[in-house]
Design a protein around this ligand. Structure first.
Ligand code: ATP
Ligand code: MG
Length: 392
């Protein structure tokens, strides 16, 4: 049980002592029952945001209009949200406005899936109005209420179903799946940034392949670039600790459409450059890396490219831990270690700067990395005179 959980219970206690009602809701209850790691513990209450602010000394307004106040009093931040129902839905997106309500069932009813719609009271009682516990035990993702209307209210829920399948290894209940299949095209109304967030969670999930399969079966894949149906098998061995690995693998599998994919899914600059570097290293790997590849790429880039080669069924001529060993044994680790620079070259040659400087530096670096010359100013000067002055 996480510290947050204990803190949330203390927050609930204070709210109740002030005469209101409060419970833990949503993902934390689900993860608690599954004995999974709990990220953030959300508290729901019948007190209004201003009433919460009167109970606690230290609060932050994050989304007062959505009913959320962050309470800092007990050590770690706990989000406290007033029971609410969502307002009217337009364009198949979540509404901007919400209505506060005084009873919990209304709040639980607006939640997406039965496993996410349970509440936990201070006394350890589970409030489960939609059979969430049973679905949890059977590994089932089921919409709360009529699946078709729930997905039309907010089309992102379709992708959330797939993401939870990937995280928990659950299957999507039949009528919920049918509803997604029917309305999968509505995903086009959802902001790319939100799609990005869901897929980022999916890449680091335990059962990514199940998620990709659900993406295909649900027809969502028809509206999401990446040719998931065609590449289904390529996702089978995939496992990642960081989302950027998933974004890079998606590019690797769809190289011709890489630029479109980067644009569609709104890759961050970091994700984009990671993808490009890994794919470059992957291509070089297939003709065997040289000292310069080991030098110029971060270890994570090299190791990811190696994983990609394995997942693509390529023959890899060495084990993964070999990579770090080779890299460590290089005569220099970074450019800062390099004993040569352009100024020295210009000084030694008595010539003006020009493109030749970069060319000579590259050549010298390669000579150092391959052990042809020591990384030492005197020896580099000698090497330079032999290579560049005497020969002309
Ligand atoms: P995790 O934090 O592990 O991604 P979570 O279940 O906590 O999973 P959040 O996005 O943090 O998911 O949302 C918290 C809770 O709010 C959910 O458990 C669910 O009850 C509700 N919720 C979130 N998004 C939606 C949505 N689009 N439609 C309906 N309910 C939602
Ligand atoms: Mg959460």
């Amino acid at each position: 049980q996480s510290n947050d959980w204990e803190v949330a219970l203390r927050v609930i206690d204070k709210i109740e002592k002030a005469g209101y009602e409060a419970v833990i809701v949503g993902g934390a209850v689900r993860d608690h029952l599954l004995a999974r790691k709990i990220h953030d513990v959300d508290v729901a209450t019948n007190a209004l945001p201003m009433e919460i602010k009167n109970i606690f000394r230290n609060t932050v307004d994050v989304g007062i209009q959505h009913g959320t106040v962050i309470v800092l009093d007990e050590g770690c931040p706990i989000e406290v949200t007033t029971y609410r129902t969502d307002g009217t839905y337009t364009d198949f997106r979540r509404p901007e406005e919400v209505t506060f309500v005084r009873d919990l069932p209304k709040d639980l009813e607006r939640r997406d899936f039965t496993i996410n719609a349970m509440a936990y009271t201070k006394d350890g009682e589970i409030i489960d109005l939609f059979g969430g516990k049973e679905d949890l035990n059977n590994g089932i993702i089921r919409a709360v209420g009529d699946a078709n209307s729930r997905f039309r209210e907010d089309a992102l829920r379709m992708l959330r179903a797939v993401r939870f399948a990937a995280q928990l290894g659950f299957s999507i209940e039949e009528s919920t799946m049918n509803a997604i299949q029917k309305d999968s095209d509505l995903i086009e109304f959802i902001a790319k940034e939100r799609i990005h967030m869901e897929l980022s969670k999916m890449w680091v999930a335990e059962y990514v392949y199940l998620g990709i399969k659900a993406l295909v079966e649900s027809n969502l894949a028809l509206y999401l670039p990446g040719n998931f149906a065609e590449h289904l098998e390529a996702w089978k061995p995939f496992q990642a600790k960081e989302p950027e690995v998933g974004w890079a693998y998606l590019c690797l599998l769809n190289r011709k459409e890489m630029e479109d994919i980067i644009e569609f899914y709104r890759y961050s600059n970091k994700e984009k450059s990671f993808a490009k570097k890994v794919i470059h290293a992957y291509d070089r790997f297939l003709n065997r890396w040289d000292e310069y590849d080991y030098f110029s790429n971060d270890l994570t880039i090299l190791e990811t490219a190696y994983d990609f080669a394995v997942w693509q069924g390529k023959d890899v001529p060495f084990s993964k831990d070999h990579i770090a060993k080779v890299k460590k044994l290089l005569p220099i680790q970074t450019m800062d270690d390099f004993a040569l620079n352009g100024h020295l070259l210009i000084q030694w040659s008595g010539k003006r700067g020009g493109p030749w400087v970069k060319e000579a530096l590259d050549k010298a670096l390669y000579a150092v990395l391959t052990g042809q010359v020591k990384n030492d100013e005197k020896q580099l000067k000698e090497w330079f005179h032999n290579e560049f002055i005497h020969e002309r």
